[in-house]
Design a protein around this ligand. Structure first.
Ligand SMILES: Nc1ncnc2c1ncn2[C@@H]1O[C@H](COP(=O)(O)OP(=O)(O)OP(=O)(O)O)[C@@H](O)[C@H]1O
Length: 255
């Protein structure tokens, strides 16, 4: 019998995306195993968000294949990708102002709920999971920045995804809030959701990810367990430059 641990939920094969003269994603291939938390790292402009947008259907890949649970999703529109079972959060959380926290989560729940009551029940369950049950009736614009981030996660969870793409979920968070978010993401995975997460805060990625992949200038440059990947020369070079890796950084600084 095939083991669940090694079953690939997402297979990205040689995808590329060009914006005019800029090759934002170049021949990118990677897999995610069902139940895995995969961290996606890379310096600014490496192509991480573009890769997310290609998977989620916000951009169309120029070439390559994207398979989710064995089914081709390249060419699908965002709502079709969402219906297939993939949800994403955005770097900037922009809740619908004028709607309560509950109603914001209901917007996500309507992706799969068959009635208003079912959407409302699902939204209540999600807010409960996020520890925000007491904030259901608050206008989303009046929430703290961190609660807006959690609401963004809630909106995605309410679509009942099997794969969740998370983009910089602790940006601007205090260390305590970041710790809470790490716990939440782990609990999301424990509910059977596979997670692909882009995050600049190294401590968060190290504490969360089963495995990390690293992009630089649109290409994949490393793939492995976090403790090994952060020591790889090509990764250090991408983040800190050649001088750092060759041990010349002090020499070049004082030259
Ligand atoms: N819609 C677009 N049109 C033109 N160029 C784009 C577009 N989206 C991204 N780019 C460019 O593609 C490259 C990769 O950008 P992307 O946002 O994917 O990188 P990133 O790794 O997510 O960076 P960051 O960590 O800063 O968010 C950048 O040079 C960016 O300017």
């Amino acid at each position: 019998m095939e083991s669940n641990v090694s079953r690939k939920i997402l297979e990205v094969k040689s995808i590329s995306k060009r914006f005019g003269g800029l090759q934002a994603v170049s021949n990118l291939s990677f897999d995610i195993a069902e139940g895995e938390i995969l961290g996606l790292l890379g310096p600014n402009g490496a192509g991480k968000t573009t890769a997310f947008n290609l998977i989620a259907g916000f951009f169309q890949a120029d070439e390559g294949d994207i398979r989710f649970e064995g089914k081709q999703i390249r060419g699908m529109l965002p709502y079709q990708v969402c219906s297939a079972g993939i949800a994403r959060t955005f770097q900037l959380s922009k809740p619908f102002g004028g709607l309560s926290a509950l109603e914001n989560v209901m917007v996500g729940a309507f992706a799969q709920a068959r009635s208003r009551t079912a959407a409302q029940d699902e939204a209540h369950a999600v807010l409960d999971f996020l520890g925000m049950a007491d904030k259901a009736d608050i206008d989303a614009n009046d929430l703290t920045a961190f609660d807006k981030r959690k609401l963004e996660l809630g909106r995605a969870l309410a679509t009942k995804p099997r794969l969740l793409l998370m983009d910089e979920v602790v940006a601007g968070a205090t260390p305590c809030e970041a710790g809470e978010m790490v716990d939440l993401v782990k609990r999301v995975r424990d509910r059977g959701v596979t997670v692909l997460i882009v995050e600049h805060v190294m401590k968060v990625i190290m504490g969360l990810s089963d495995r990390v992949i690293v992009m630089e200038q649109g290409r994949l440059i490393a793939n492995g367990v976090p403790s090994e990947v952060v020591r790889m020369p090509e990764v250090l070079k991408a983040y800190f430059g050649e001088a750092y890796v060759s041990g010349d950084e002090y020499a070049s600084a004082s030259a």
